[in-house]
Structures are given as C-alpha cells and as structure tokens.
Design a protein around this ligand. Structure first.
Ligand SMILES: [Zn+2]
Length: 396
C-alpha cells in the first residue's frame, strides 16, 4: 500500500446537511473514512486537514454579488429574490452556516490540488468535494459553491494545464461552464444523456467556445448503459483526448450515482465497472499527467449502500491496494442507525447484470459506441488545429 497519497478531510466536512430529509448526505464521507480505517487502508499519515482557502479563490469563480447573497443567507439575514440565485429551493435550500460548510468543501478540494502540484503527495482525494452543478452566480443540483471550478481555477492560475474528468451520472455542467472558452482546461463529462436526466445539458455538440473549442467534451449515455458499454465509450475518447491535450494534472469527479442501484439516475454500472473506470483514469494520469491526480466525490444517493464501497474502491485504487471482499462486522454495526438499516456485507454487488434485459443493454452499448465515435470525428480536427501553431490564430 502506498503512503504518498493524501486523504484530505476534516470531521466538519461530513457534519452538515442541506435539509433534514435531503438526499445529499455529506456524512457518507464519515462512513467511508471509518470503513477505510477498519480495513487498514487509511492510516493517520494519509489524512490531511484542508488548509484555509487562498484569498480570492472563491471570487475567481463566483460572482461577488452571489457570494454576498450566500454569506447573508448563511447568517440568517433576510435576502430578497433568493430564487434568482438558485437558492431557497428544495434542491438548494438556505441553511444556517451554509457559507462555511461549502467554502470548507472548496478548501478541501483546493488543498488536494495544492498537495499534488507541490509534490507533497503523488495523488490526493477529497471525497467531500465534487459539487459540479454550481454556477458562477447560481446554486443548482444540491451545489452552492463549485469546489471543482475553484480548485481547477487555482491550479490553472499556478500555471497548470488541467484535465477534468467527470464520471458522475449527471452532466458536469457548472465546471464545463466555468472553463468553456479556456484552452488551458479540458472538461470531459461521461453521464446519462440530458434527454433523460437533470440538468438536461452535456450533449455531444457542446464542444467549447473560442480558444476553448475542442476542450469541452461530452459523452451522453443511454439509460441502462452497463459496465462494458460505459468503459468502451470512455476508452474510445479519453486516451486520445488526453494525448492531444497534454495535462499537468487530472481532476476526477468520481460521483457514484452511475451505479445501477442509485435512486436518482438510470445507468447500470456495477461496483466492478466503477472500480475499473477509476483505475482507467489513474492509468491515464500515469501515462499523460506525470501521475498527478486528484479524486473527489460527487453524487451518490444510495448513500450508505453503494457510496462507501464505490469510494472505498476508488481510494484502494489510489493507494495500489484492494478492499477485502468481506466488509467488517463492527463497521456495519456502527453505522446501521445512521443508515437506517444494515450496511452491505460484501465489497461487491449481489448480481452482475443489474437486472437489465440483454437486448436493452446491447442497444444502449450500440448507442454509446456511436456517440463516442461521432464525438471523436468532430473533436479530432479541433485538437489537431490546437496543436498546430500555424492554425493557432484561428480561434472561432
Ligand atoms: Zn450526479
């Protein structure tokens, strides 16, 4: 097991809620941390508390008026027109201390990036992070500040070229929007098609703008896409895109809601497929980014069944180890009350196919392969133009 991987976390990052019955559960990360310690894959030497957020880091991404609105709402001050800022909705309600809670998440992801860029860690994880739906001036999809955009912008301002990969079931719309015209940041989102799922974007024709054209990439997948379909589509595009982009750092949003049992999305990944996908990204970081990778959490609404195991496999991959097949009884018992039922006994799924008929899975795979090939056909000339100095002036 490797010791040079940072697990950036502090208890308060798992101790907030958007609302009492909200499906987004930050305490998933406490359950994950306890699991990893119980199986011996997380040592004190791995765990790093976040450093304070650098001055100006939030304002580099978010509109100052929006930051002011969140700060006032967080203190309990009356704010007019909350809906204009995406706040005060069932998805993103106002709650006391919200600014501190989500600024803390931004600090964790940013510190994970700093650790890796400084060479103090070979790889890092910040599983509290992954709030990919927040926009510059608007909360959306359970996300108030966009920790990923804040951390990537910070890395970019340090001179790094950043490749952002997003395997959450939902399109990484807020991160894409933050860097849509930026040639120094590649965003690549693999998600259930916006024709079927929130936020409705992430289509193949969203390719970036101006000098950033060709560096926003989307693979919108069919519902019921399974391990083989997702991995095939990913493998068709990701290595070639990274070879063309030449990143210094990969940031992976590793949301676990593409799993077959997630209640909010319709993809059909198993834990083996999810682990294989994360392992692919780690291999790509080794091949194309000097090994530098930061992994965050994200979605995951089978919060105590799927998420600790999925992220447990992700962490195990980062430290070149494996989760044991049987999960510890003491860990299962400790969290049964919080989870409202027994936690899983096995590190793997019960059934391999997720119960989707074979014809349906084949049709999804055919669709996904066609989407990936079409994206390659359109993006390749854009990548070639970007790497050709003679074509450098052509930025429309
Ligand atoms: Zn999601």
């Amino acid at each position: 097991m490797r010791d040079d991987v940072a697990f950036v976390h502090a208890p308060e990052l798992a101790a907030w809620r958007l609302a009492p019955d909200h499906p987004f559960r930050p305490d998933r990360v406490a359950v994950l941390e306890d699991l990893l310690r119980a199986v011996g894959l997380l040592r004190d030497a791995h765990v790093v508390p976040p450093a304070p957020l650098p001055d100006g880091a939030l304002a580099a991404v978010h509109d100052p008026r929006y930051l002011d609105v969140v700060a006032r709402a967080s203190r309990g001050d009356a704010v007019d027109d909350l809906h204009r800022w995406g706040l005060g909705t069932p998805d993103t309600p106002v709650f006391a201390g919200m600014h501190e809670a989500v600024a803390g998440v931004c600090a964790a992801t940013t510190h994970a990036v700093d650790r890796v860029l400084d060479g103090r860690a070979a790889r890092a994880a910040a599983f509290a992070g992954g709030l990919h739906h927040a926009f510059a001036d608007r909360a959306s999809g359970f996300c108030i500040y966009n920790d990923l955009a804040v951390a990537i912008r910070h890395a970019r301002d340090r001179g790094a070229r950043v490749a952002y990969l997003d395997v959450d079931a939902h399109h990484g719309d807020g991160v894409q929007a933050a860097f849509y015209d930026d040639p120094h940041v590649l965003t690549f989102s693999v998600h259930e098609s916006g024709h079927h799922l929130f936020p409705g974007t992430g289509h193949g024709y969203e390719l970036g703008r101006g000098a950033g054209r060709g560096w926003s990439l989307n693979l919108p997948l069919e519902p019921f896409s399974d391990d083989a379909a997702v991995l095939e589509a990913f493998d068709l595009v990701a290595p070639e895109a990274l070879r063309a982009f030449r990143p210094d750092l990969i940031v992976l949003q590793a949301g676990a809601d593409a799993h077959a049992r997630d209640p909010l999305a319709d993809l059909s990944l198993t834990l083996r497929g999810y682990r294989a996908l994360v392992a692919r990204v780690v291999e790509l970081a080794d091949a194309y980014a000097g090994g530098r990778i930061v992994v965050t959490g994200g979605g995951g609404y089978a919060a105590f069944d799927v998420v600790p195991r999925a992220w447990g496999h992700a962490w195990a991959t980062l430290v070149d180890a494996t989760l044991p097949d049987a999960l510890p009884e003491a860990w299962r018992a400790r969290w049964a009350d919080v989870a409202g039922g027994p936690l899983p006994a096995s590190a793997w799924d019960d059934e391999a196919d997720g119960g989707v008929p074979a014809a349906r899975r084949r049709a999804a795979a055919d669709h996904d392969r066609a989407v990936a090939r079409r994206l390659l056909r359109i993006a390749r000339p854009l990548w070639e133009a970007a790497s050709d100095p003679a074509a450098g002036k052509e930025t429309t």
